[in-house]
Design a protein around this ligand. Structure first.
Ligand code: NOJ
Length: 751
């Protein structure tokens, strides 16, 4: 640095300190946005257009690879004041080094934001998000994201690119693993829980981070489940199904949004002003800032929407995208586009203002290094209570899909043949988006988890097969183990990178020869119980496994403490309570299949599912293998005494529905009680069932509880064909059940 640059910095720093007020508030003191607004204005008065554009650019530090390689010159750009944020850099040392460049070597010393994909944990990895959703436990989800924020914020991270709130109904799509599943109501509740967990109640605290609702919008509806693929949907579907979780995130105060890679009805999301300007800003009054997905801006050229990269910068800024992730198009072209009159400078001013405001809210102008704290890093990473929480989340996320003849829980008296490629696994168990988690030994394998319950002499281990190869050479050892043991537990599934980004599959069966292996074991021990423990990032076609195994426990990828959490369920320390938030089809041909489909004009009669000229398949039932809301327990629950506070309600009334749930089995346990409604006739047709409420309760054996839901008229609203959010009078069916698989028996009328 030359002496003159140094003295410039000195002069400008003095200037900034005076306009910002030297007596900056202490961290942890919540300031009103108005105070920040005036500080932002003062700062912006000092900035050149290039510096404002600089705030709208984000580059990768390359510590994690989360997209195609693009060459950038980060340090140079930072020093030139051309960078507002970085991704994929973490650790106190790593973030401090770059922050120092921004703060000490640029003209205005504006601190950088550091963003990272903290998706289901940072170091302490929780179950994948689809698994967390299956817990239906909003408090636990909030707590898990709070823990993730605690860990990430201690190593310099200010911002997570989560939650992914895309509704997803296609198991081929690898990113179904990152969301909450197929349902709008549940997805919206979960979106809020994540945002609250990450952002906490005060962004100025050093242990809270910015959340990011992604991917806006429609990403989960990619044609044929192929990642990044085209999305076409009517505005009704967009508003009724895909937008609500994003709106919920806005209502919860989410600070940032990320664009989607896909096009929506012919216009790439990243250049779609209807989505960003009309809906997000004008209708929803979103005040935070919008980040493009990784190189999504210049990908509009490949989409056939932008002429060239420069044109893509124009389209994105005009559409309302405030920050460019990795595309390097804002730095290169925005100034020119303003000079040519193709981008209104006010858009850039707005983008810069929003980004700076966020930096103020985080307290970065008070102390740019406040998130880089070695002591806190040592103290919080893998804190015992965090690991304990991850163990609990793994247990409550597991879904017992099948349990014939009480194959589960396991008894510590019996000898177990422990077979399969994932028994000793410590790598895949973290799932995709394992963030900074340790795949090389920190995680507890299922084998180790089971060792807490069984002496080694009662475990006979054989791997048997691989996840993906066709190698059968290890089958025989496993057959011998199965014959020696009292029963068999097989831990099978997908590789962790078979789900997540760019990980779509056209075959949703267990990969490799795993099913063949299960068959071989079944043939070898026809009379012994076989328990299948699954780890996977999507609904699988388990039709064959369902006929071969006595019990199936879906554990998703359960995270750092997965082995313990899963063993707790297997041995009954935790009675399983997870319920599917996504449908498991019988075969891929049924996809898309989800519980709240429409009825059609020719639904199949229950009495004759094969009746001709009805909406069905020749070669498969319409019903899935496991429905949304399904999940067994070691105990049984009986639902009785359904009551409605009224049979008819008016537009300003609300309705209370209640039912008594009794634990009729032999174990204490949790039950997820679900409220469903069916709007029988609408000016646009309504789904056959819609989740409108749920409550997770705990019942000791023999205990009963009455669960009540207050249903407001507002809860029955939907977007009609004129895109009015409205409710229509008429008859509604209603039920309180423990699954979505039921026929309605009760009706109320809205007048
Ligand atoms: C691309 C993914 O779509 C997005 O979800 C992620 O946050 C970014 N890469 C950054 O890693």
């Amino acid at each position: 640095m030359t002496t003159s640059t140094k003295s410039n910095i000195f002069i400008v720093s003095i200037l900034i300190l005076s306009v910002l007020g030297c007596k900056n508030p202490k961290p942890n003191v919540k300031l009103s946005e108005t105070v920040f607004d005036s500080k932002v204005d003062s700062l912006m008065n000092l900035m050149t257009l290039e510096e404002k554009i600089g705030q709208t650019a984000m580059y990768s530090g390359g510590w994690s690879v989360t997209g195609p390689t693009v060459s950038t010159n980060n340090k140079k750009y930072i020093k030139e004041g051309n960078v507002g944020a970085m991704l994929n850099v973490y650790s106190v040392k790593g973030t401090r080094e770059l922050q120092k460049l921004a703060v000490e070597e640029t003209r205005l010393g504006i601190p950088l934001l550091f963003g990272y994909d903290v998706i289901h944990g940072f170091k302490t990895i929780f179950p994948i998000n689809l698994g967390l959703a299956a817990s239906w436990d909003l408090e636990d989800i909030e707590k898990g994201s709070r823990i993730a924020a605690e860990e990430a914020s201690a190593v310099g991270i200010h911002w997570t690119f989560a939650p992914m709130v895309d509704i997803a109904r296609d198991p081929r799509w690898g990113r179904i693993s990152e969301g909450a599943g197929e349902d709008v109501y549940l997805g919206s509740k979960i979106a809020k829980a994540y945002v609250k967990g990450f952002q906490g109640d005060d962004l100025s605290k050093h242990n809270t981070i910015l959340a990011c609702a992604k991917h806006f919008v429609g990403y989960g509806a990619a044609q044929a489940g192929r990642d990044y693929h085209t999305v076409n949907m009517g505005e009704g579907e967009l508003r009724n199904v895909y937008l609500p979780p994003f709106k919920a995130a806005v209502d919860a105060g989410v600070e940032t949004f990320m664009t989607a890679f896909n096009e929506v009805n012919g216009v790439p999301a990243t250049g779609n002003s209807f989505i960003y300007r009309d809906i997000l800003r004008d209708e929803w009054d979103f005040k935070g800032f919008v980040l493009s997905d990784y190189t999504a801006i210049f990908e509009m050229v490949q989409h056939g929407f932008a002429v060239d990269n420069k044109d893509s910068a124009r389209l994105a800024m005009n559409a309302g995208i405030d920050m460019d992730m990795m595309g390097d198009v804002n730095r290169l072209y925005l100034k020119e586009l303003v000079d040519e009159g193709k981008v209104d400078v006010a858009y850039i001013e707005d983008a810069c203002r929003r980004i700076l405001l966020t930096k103020f809210k985080l307290g970065l102008f008070d102390d740019p290094y406040r998130y880089c704290d070695e002591d806190r890093e040592k103290e919080v990473i893998y804190k015992p209570e965090f690991l304990q929480a991850a163990r609990h989340s793994a247990a409550i996320s597991s879904v017992l899909l099948k349990n014939n003849d009480e194959a589960l829980p396991l008894s510590s008296e019996k000898t177990i043949a422990l077979l399969g490629p994932l028994v000793k696994d410590k790598e895949n168990i973290l799932g995709n988006w394992g963030a900074a988690g340790d795949r090389k030994g920190k995680a507890i394998s299922v084998y180790e988890g089971i060792q807490e319950y069984l002496t080694d002499s009662k475990i006979i281990y054989a791997q048997g097969c691989d996840i993906e190869t066709d190698d059968e050479s290890k089958f025989n050892d496993a057959v011998i183990a199965a014959k020696k043991a009292d029963m068999v537990v097989m831990v099978m599934g997908e590789d962790y990178d078979m789900s997540g980004e760019a990980a779509s599959r056209t075959n949703i069966k267990l990969p490799g020869n795993q099913t063949k292996f299960i068959k071989r074991i079944r043939e070898a021990v026809p009379n012994k119980k076989i328990v299948l423990v699954l780890m996977n990032g999507r609904p699988l076609d388990l039709s064959e496994e369902d006929t071969l195994a006595d019990a199936i426990l879906e554990t998703w990828f359960p995270g750092t403490m997965g082995g313990n959490g899963v063993a707790d369920v297997l041995f009954g320390t935790y009675n399983p309570s997870g319920k599917l938030t996504v449908t498991f089809p019988r075969n891929l041909g049924q996809v898309p299949i989800y519980y709240n489909m429409k009825n059609t004009g020719r639904p199949i009669p229950a009495s004759n599912p094969h009746e001709d000229y009805k909406s069905h398949y020749l070669d498969s039932p319409n019903t899935p293998l496991y429905v949304f809301g399904h999940g067994l327990s070691y105990t049984t629950f009986e639902y009785s005494d359904f009551k409605l506070s009224a049979e008819t309600i008016g537009m300003s009334d609300s309705l209370t529905a209640s039912a008594t749930i009794t634990n009729t089995g032999d174990y204490d346990g949790h039950e997820v009680v679900q409220l469903y409604v069916h709007d029988k006739v609408g000016s646009v047709t309504r789904p056959v069932k819609e989740l409108k409420g749920f409550e997770k309760i705990f019942l000791k054996k023999g205990e009963s509880k009455t669960v009540s839901f207050d249903l407001k008229v507002e809860d029955l609203k939907f977007y009609n064909s004129k895109m009015e959010f409205t409710v229509e009078p008429g008859e509604f069916e209603i039920a309180i059940k423990g699954t979505s698989d039921f026929d309605f028996e009760h009706v109320f009328t809205l007048e």
